[in-house]
Design a protein around this ligand. Structure first.
Ligand code: CS2
Length: 477
C-alpha cells in the first residue's frame, strides 16, 4: 500500500466515543498508554472517563497523538502472534510545557484524578529518601513559582507543574482530588505525598496545608512490560490494520494493577478490567518491585556487561539466569503470605521475560540506576543482612551496576555527574563512592562495600572466556 492511499487513524475512521476529561495524566509515554489508558477503556463505565494526558520533556507524543484525535493502536504481542486494539480513552494530548492548560484542567470540578508516570527519578528523592528541594531543577521551579505566583512560567519539573495546578484547584474551590502514582517506587503514594507537599511547602505553606486536607495520595503497583515502539511496529499496523498510526504501542498480554487509597471524587470501575483494590498494598508492591523490577535491573546491568541487548537474550545466558534465581531466592525469603503465590509468580516471570518477540531493550531498563537500585536491591540486601546472611544475590545486582557504570559513559541517571566523579576513585574507594549514590547506608558499610567489591567482575567477559562467577549463592543459600 502506498503511504498516500492509507488513511490516518482518527475518530472518523474509528468512531470511538470521546469521554469528558475527568482524569489528568502527567507523563504521556508508552507505559501510560498500554496500562492506565487500557484499563480505563476496559472499565465498565469507561465511556464517562476521558484522559487528558500531558507529555514530560518534549511535545512530540502530544503532537503525534493530537493528529489522530488521541487514538492509538495497542499491539498485544504474545510469543506466537500479535493482536490489535484501538484505544480511545485519551481524549486530549497536551505538551507538558503548557502549564496553563494543566491548571485549567486540574482546577475543573469535573476532574477527579491526576495519575502520574513521571519516572522514579522525578520524585526528587535524595539518597536518604527525603525530598531534595535543593536539586537544581526543583530549585529552578521553586524560583519560577515564587516569581510568577504559580501561574505557570516556565516550570520544567512534573512536580512543579502539578503543584502549580493544585494551587489553581484550591483557588477555584474545585474540591478534593486524588493523585495516583503509577511509578515503580515502594509506597509510591507516600513518596508522591512527600514530594508534592515538600515542593508546596517550599513555596507556600498555606498550599501545603490545603493539599494535606484535600488531596488523597493513592498508592498503586503497576505492571505491563512495554518495550519501545519501532518502525517495524508502525509498518505492521499499517499492513495488518489498513490505516496509518504514527504512535502504536506494544505490550505483553499480561497486565496487573493493584490500587490502595481513597478517591474522593470517584474513579472508573477499573476492577471491571481486572484491577485489584486492596487495603495493604506493600506485599504486592514488594513482590513486583523485587521479583520483576529487581530481576530486570540485574539483567540490564549484567546482561549489557556480557554483551546482550534484550531481556530475552540475557535470560538465555546461564550466568545471568542463575543470578536472577539467586536474587529471587533472597527476595522470596521476605515475601510472606500465600496470596502472593511467589513460586507461580516466578515461573510466570520467566515466561514473560523469555518472550523473545518482545524486544525489551536492556538499555531502556538501565536508566536511572541510582534511584531504581534503591528500591530494587537495597531492601532485600538490608533484610538479608539483618537476618545474618550475606545478601550476595542482591549485592551481585549492585556489583553488576558498578561494572556497568565503569564502561558505559553516556549514562541516563539523575546523579550522572556524581557517578563520573565517583568513577575517578579506585578499588573499594570507588565502590563505596558509587554505592553511596544509591544509599549512604550502603557506601558507609565497609562489609557491604567489600562484598560488592568482591563480586565486581563477575559478568565481565574477557577476550577468551567469561570470568567464572566468584560468589553466586546457591538457590537456597
Ligand atoms: C522496568 C519497568 O524500565 C524498567 O525499569 O523494570 O519499566 C518494567 O518493565 C515495568 O515495571 C513492567 O511492569
Amino acid at each position: 500500500m502506498s503511504a498516500n492511499s492509507v488513511p490516518v487513524l482518527n475518530r472518523t475512521l474509528r468512531p470511538l466515543p470521546k469521554a469528558p476529561v475527568r482524569i489528568v495524566h502527567l507523563g504521556l509515554g508508552a507505559f501510560h498508554r498500554s496500562h492506565q489508558a487500557w484499563y480505563t477503556q476496559h472499565a465498565g463505565d469507561g465511556r464517562e472517563w476521558g484522559i487528558a494526558a500531558f507529555t514530560g520533556r518534549r511535545p512530540d507524543a502530544a503532537v503525534a497523538l493530537t493528529a489522530q484525535d488521541g487514538l492509538f493502536t495497542l499491539i498485544e504481542r504474545t510469543g506466537t502472534g500479535d493482536s490489535f486494539e484501538v484505544i480511545g480513552s485519551v481524549v486530549e494530548a497536551v505538551d507538558g510545557a503548557d502549564v496553563g492548560r494543566l491548571r485549567e484542567l486540574v482546577s475543573a470540578p469535573a476532574t477527579a484524578i491526576v495519575t502520574l508516570t513521571i519516572t522514579e527519578a522525578a520524585y526528587g528523592l535524595a539518597p536518604n529518601g527525603r525530598f531534595d528541594s535543593d536539586s537544581p531543577r526543583v530549585a529552578g521551579d521553586l524560583a519560577v513559582l515564587a516569581g510568577s505566583a504559580g501561574t505557570g512560567g516556565t516550570l520544567t519539573t512534573p512536580l512543579g507543574r502539578l503543584v502549580s495546578a493544585l494551587a489553581a484547584r484550591r483557588d477555584a474551590a474545585a474540591g478534593p482530588i486524588a493523585v495516583v502514582s503509577c511509578d515503580n517506587l515502594s509506597g509510591n503514594g507516600e513518596v508522591a505525598r512527600r514530594a508534592v507537599t515538600g515542593m508546596a511547602e517550599a513555596w507556600d505553606g498555606t498550599l501545603a496545608a490545603w493539599i494535606g486536607e484535600n488531596v488523597s495520595f493513592v498508592s498503586t503497583s503497576v505492571d505491563r512490560i512495554t518495550p519501545r515502539t519501532t518502525d517495524a511496529d508502525i509498518a505492521e499496523v499499517e499492513e495488518r490494520c489498513g490505516y496509518r498510526d504514527s504512535s502504536p504501542v506494544v505490550a505483553e498480554p499480561f497486565r496487573d494493577w493493584v490500587i490502595s487509597g481513597d478517591f474522593p471524587k470517584g474513579r472508573p470501575r477499573w476492577e471491571d478490567a481486572g484491577a485489584v483494590v486492596v487495603n495493604d498494598i506493600e506485599p504486592y508492591e514488594n513482590r513486583k518491585l523485587w521479583l520483576l523490577n529487581g530481576a530486570h535491573s540485574l539483567l540490564a546491568y549484567a546482561g549489557q556487561v556480557r554483551g546482550h541487548t534484550t531481556v530475552a537474550e540475557a535470560l538465555k545466558d546461564p550466568l545471568c539466569r542463575d543470578s536472577v534465581e539467586a536474587f529471587w531466592d533472597e527476595a522470596a525469603a521476605h515475601l510472606h503470605g500465600e496470596e502472593l503465590h511467589v513460586p507461580e509468580y516466578r515461573l510466570a516471570l520467566l515466561d514473560r521475560f523469555g518472550n523473545s518477540r518482545i524486544a525489551h531493550h536492556l538499555s531502556q531498563i538501565a536508566a536511572d540506576g541510582t534511584t531504581k537500585l534503591r528500591m530494587r536491591a537495597l531492601p532485600v540486601l538490608t533484610a538479608e543482612r539483618s537476618q545474618g546472611r550475606s545478601g550476595a544475590g542482591s549485592a551481585l545486582m549492585l556489583a553488576a551496576w558498578v561494572d556497568y557504570v565503569s564502561v558505559h559513559k553516556e549514562l541516563q541517571d539523575p546523579l550522572s555527574e556524581a557517578i563520573g566523579t565517583a568513577n575517578r576513585s579506585r578499588g573499594l574507594e570507588r565502590v563505596a563512592a558509587l554505592l553511596s549514590l544509591v544509599s549512604p547506608q550502603l557506601g558507609n558499610d565497609a562489609r557491604i562495600v567489600s562484598v560488592v567489591g568482591g563480586l565486581c567482575g563477575t559478568f565481565t567477559v574477557t577476550d577468551t572466556i567469561a570470568t567464572p562467577p566468584r560468589l553466586i549463592p546457591g538457590r537456597n543459600s
